[in-house]
Design a protein around this ligand. Structure first.
Ligand SMILES: *[C@@H]1O[C@H](CO)[C@@H](O)[C@H](O)[C@H]1NC(C)=O
Ligand SMILES: *[C@@H]1O[C@H](CO)[C@@H](O)[C@H](O)[C@H]1NC(C)=O
Length: 228
């Protein structure tokens, strides 16, 4: 009779041990990020060490294109139009008539680009949204609303952060708006094959992985693109 309490106290310790071991291993129980809808429009507030931008993001996978319209606070508007064949146009529509055409080795982000991200758990973000949080290849931390599965927030490894203000699934920008201005096609002046150092500077424009850090993408193929 006197030996009875021993196994009873051992059981909770075993459960605790097993639970902590399970937590240390990647679990098939972990939630996975929702794939991006094939078409959506999102308004993002970007903050990079206090410098703010408002971005209209038009993601259009079926047509192989992605558009960031970037408003600097009380300043200019820049356009970053990316095609899945690797061509990106960065331009303004003001009198400067500036355009840079850039050829990258990868296309736009695939809808499943978050596959394989490492689950970090649940956190509150941006004034109270309860989110599942993942990290993808040390380059982005991604917050998705637990209830609605919508993205709420993401942070690049550079510290550049996006706050998702609207997320309209199925919204598509009309074809005519995807036309880069004619001065983008003046080959002598604008066509560039971007060296890596310059590519990193360009990365400031983009909120998508295609041009965030081309060097690390080349090295690690971190988004699963088929790099040559
Ligand atoms: C922007 O980020 C900085 C930290 O880098 C923070 O101090 C500041 O409050 C943020 N501003 C906004 C409007 O989120
Ligand atoms: C990629 O597609 C865009 C839009 O159709 C086009 O303007 C551009 O020339 C294409 N780039 C290449 C390398 O074919």
């Amino acid at each position: 009779m006197a030996s009875l309490p021993k196994p009873i106290t051992a059981v909770p310790i075993l459960i605790l041990l097993a639970a902590s071991l399970c937590r240390a291993l990647p679990s098939s129980e972990d939630p996975v990020p929702a794939p991006w809808p094939h078409q959506f429009h999102s308004i993002l507030v970007m903050n990079y060490t206090g410098t703010l931008q408002l971005i209209d993001l038009w993601y259009d996978w079926p047509n192989g294109r992605n558009f960031n319209i970037i408003r600097h606070q009380l300043g200019s508007v820049a356009y970053d139009l990316e095609w899945n064949n690797g061509t990106s146009f960065f331009y303004t529509l003001d009198s400067a008539r500036e355009c840079r055409t850039i050829q990258v080795e990868v296309g736009i982000l695939r809808p499943d680009w978050l596959d394989g991200a490492k689950y970090l758990g649940r956190r509150h973000v941006d004034g109270g949204f309860l989110c599942n949080v993942w990290e993808k290849a040390d380059f982005i931390t991604y917050y998705e609303d637990v209830d609605t599965k919508r993205p709420v927030h993401w942070i690049f490894y550079t510290g550049r952060e996006a706050h998702v203000m609207t997320f309209e699934v199925g919204a598509a920008l009309e074809d005519a708006k995807w036309q880069a201005p004619v001065y983008c096609f003046d080959k002598k002046k604008t066509d560039t094959l971007v060296p890596e150092a310059e590519a990193e500077a360009e990365a400031e424009f983009s909120i998508t992985g295609a041009s965030i850090d081309w060097r690390s993408m080349r090295n690690s193929n971190l988004l699963g693109f088929n790099l040559s």
